[in-house]
Design a protein around this ligand. Structure first.
Ligand code: ADE
Length: 249
């Protein structure tokens, strides 16, 4: 899988991609990440990537020409309708649709992702209209640019690429799969500063451990993200437990 990142701050990414799973996946040639400096696609002598907004207002808007040139030179296509199958062009912006685990799983199926990092007050809307297949936001807050959001996307997607994680099972069996938050984890020592790791986890009784983990995942989801319960896969026992938590409060 190949990632192309179009940005005015290519150096922003150097450290971010030099660690952990992303670096290992690149070294194993499971993925390839290429950085493209938007300024290299300007044609004027000041290498200007932004300009004042039509209609007035504060801030600067990223101009369309360098972004169109960058995407066209990478895809060899002119516009959204003519990309090769498996290519998606993503604009990171706070106006995008929400990035979720489900969307990460969908994007992990593509062969090539071109990520455009927005900046300043915005990006000329003709980019979203004609070039972009997906406009994506990583959350309801405003970053000063799309770069941190691009790192988030690459990280969440790379760990879903087959072979990128040490163990094939570890990507599936965790938070959000099945719609619940992850259960709590403990490791040695069993007692730390007077705090005891739950006895059941040391018991070796697998069925009971599974039951405890499910109960804890439900409890944590109910406390921290009750909105997730609406779409979670719950059986009758789960529902009874949730009701019991209600009564316990
Ligand atoms: N650029 C600025 N804010 C952003 C956000 N929340 N998500 C993605 N890109 C952004």
């Amino acid at each position: 899988m190949r990632f192309d990142i179009i940005t005015i701050f290519p150096d922003f990414f150097r450290g971010a991609f030099e660690h952990g799973i992303i670096r290992r996946a690149e070294a194993a040639r499971l993925i390839e990440v290429k950085l493209h400096d938007l300024r290299a696609f300007t044609r004027d002598k000041h290498r200007q990537v932004d300009d004042r907004p039509f209609g007035g207002g504060d801030g600067m808007v990223l101009k369309p020409e360098p972004i169109f040139d960058a995407v066209e030179s990478l895809t060899g296509a002119s516009g959204r309708e003519s990309y090769k199958q498996g290519t998606r062009v993503v604009l990171l912006s706070p106006q995008g649709r929400a990035f979720t685990q489900e969307l990460a799983e969908e994007l992990a199926q593509s062969e090539r992702l071109i990520l455009i990092c927005g900046r300043y007050e915005g990006v000329d809307e003709r980019v979203a209209d004609a070039l972009v297949t997906d406009e994506i936001s990583i959350g309801d807050y405003v970053l000063s640019g799309g770069e941190p959001a691009a790192v988030v996307l690459v990280d969440a997607i790379v760990r879903l690429v087959p072979g990128a994680l040490g163990s094939e099972t570890s990507a599936a069996n965790e938070s959000f799969t099945g719609g619940l938050l992850d259960f709590p984890h403990y490791t040695r020592p069993p007692e730390f500063r007077g705090m005891q790791a739950p006895e059941v986890l040391l018991s070796g009784h697998h069925a009971e451990i599974e039951r405890w983990r499910r109960e804890q995942a439900l409890k944590k989801t109910k406390r921290n993200r009750p909105d997730l319960l609406e779409n979670a896969e719950l059986d009758e026992r789960d529902k009874a437990l949730l009701e019991k938590f209600d009564n316990d409060i």
